[in-house]
Design a protein around this ligand. Structure first.
Ligand code: HEC
Length: 325
């Protein structure tokens, strides 16, 4: 009885891994381009944050992203708490004081501004959505507090392979889809979309040399194709940027990062790749500040359950061994 059961399980395992091997993992955003899974220090069941990386990431957020994006769920005190960037408390206090925070009404019934305190939330660059949109050509820069959890990578697997990939994500503890996407987004700005040629109702991408030779060919950020109809070229709209990681490939955010825009004090080279990884790690922490505690507790609970399972099994064998067959 037990043997057939075990054999069945083993067969299922083998079948699932074959299915998985056949369907190579392609991670893609809504736009359909591959998003590379990255190695993150906070990935996996024993993941933890790299403090200097979080500190550099905060620097990138503050010097670059904070002109357009708020991070309103973070307070200054969080920056010096355990499990985060762990800036010295004096540093976080000093930083808070460089901000002007709205307070009041005071004795005269008036609102006033005062220097920030550790307990204040980090002020957002705009007072409301209207102001944010009017400063950004009508587009809304989202608050970045939870963005690392709000985005994910949509995996393009055939439906029969899904159980395999779900099981794999559970075993490896893969939860970094949002971070993989953010890193791809920040590093995937390209000069111009490819030129396309219509061929029997289908748009075919041309090489850059062909496109240069034939400037009248349309350049399409993406292609919409429906069965039974000709493909439609989605051209870039006014003021949009071409980004191959963003769904639809056109985004209103101008490329925020390029080599050398931020000067790191710890000697880490100031490259686009480093800025992007650091600010992504910082946003991953901001969205999940208890990650380290949660993972540590999870691992301990699993170990505890394993030990208890062993003890119970031993006890069960001992008790039942006294009963004659
Ligand atoms: C000049 C203003 C500006 C700066 C600076 C800026 N952004 Fe943006 N960002 C925007 C706007 C506007 C949007 C909305 C884009 C849209 O709706 O097409 C946006 C959207 C985003 C999104 C959402 C993308 C999605 O999937 O919806 C993320 C994530 C993001 N920005 C991250 C960053 C990071 C990280 C930085 C700093 C390195 C940064 N931004 C700097 C203006 C900015």
């Amino acid at each position: 009885m037990t043997h057939t059961y075990l054999k069945g399980l083993a067969c299922l395992g083998v079948a699932l891994s074959l299915v998985g091997a056949a369907a190579a993992p392609v991670l893609a955003s809504g736009g359909g381009d591959a998003i590379e899974p990255q190695h993150w220090s906070f990935g996996g069941i024993r993941g933890h944050f790299d403090r200097p990386q979080l500190q550099r990431g905060f620097q990138v957020y503050k010097e670059v992203c904070s002109t357009c994006h708020g991070i309103k769920r973070l307070s200054f005190r969080n920056l010096s708490e355990k499990g985060g960037p762990e800036f010295p408390e004096e540093g976080a206090k000093g930083l808070a004081e460089t901000y002007k925070v709205n307070d009041g009404p005071n004795d005269q019934g008036k609102m006033f501004k005062r220097p920030g305190r550790l307990s204040d939330r980090i002020p957002s660059p705009f007072d409301n959505e209207q102001q944010a949109r009017s400063a950004n050509n009508g587009a809304l820069p989202p608050d970045l507090s939870l963005i690392a959890l709000a985005r994910k990578v949509e995996a393009e697997h055939p439906f029969y392979a899904l159980p395999y990939f779900m099981a794999k994500d559970i075993v490896t503890g893969y939860q970094e889809g949002g971070s993989d996407y953010l890193h791809a987004l920040l590093t995937s700005y390209r000069d111009a979309p490819p030129a396309y040629k219509m061929d029997h109702g289908h748009m075919v991408a041309m090489t850059e040399a062909d496109a240069k030779a034939n400037p009248s060919l349309p350049r399409c950020a993406s292609i919409t194709s429906e069965a039974g109809a000709d493909d439609v070229c989605n051209k870039m709209a006014e003021g949009m940027q071409y980004n191959v990681a963003y769904p639809g490939h056109q985004i209103a955010m101008p490329p925020p990062l390029r080599d050398g825009v931020v000067k790191y004090a710890d000697g880490t080279p100031g490259t686009l790749e480093n800025y992007s990884r650091d600010v992504t790690a910082f946003l991953a922490w901001a969205a999940d500040p208890k990650l380290e505690e949660r993972k540590r507790l999870g691992l301990m609970s699993m170990l505890y359950l394993l030990v208890v399972a062993g003890l119970l099994y031993g006890a069960k064998r001992r008790i039942w061994s006294k009963i004659p067959h």
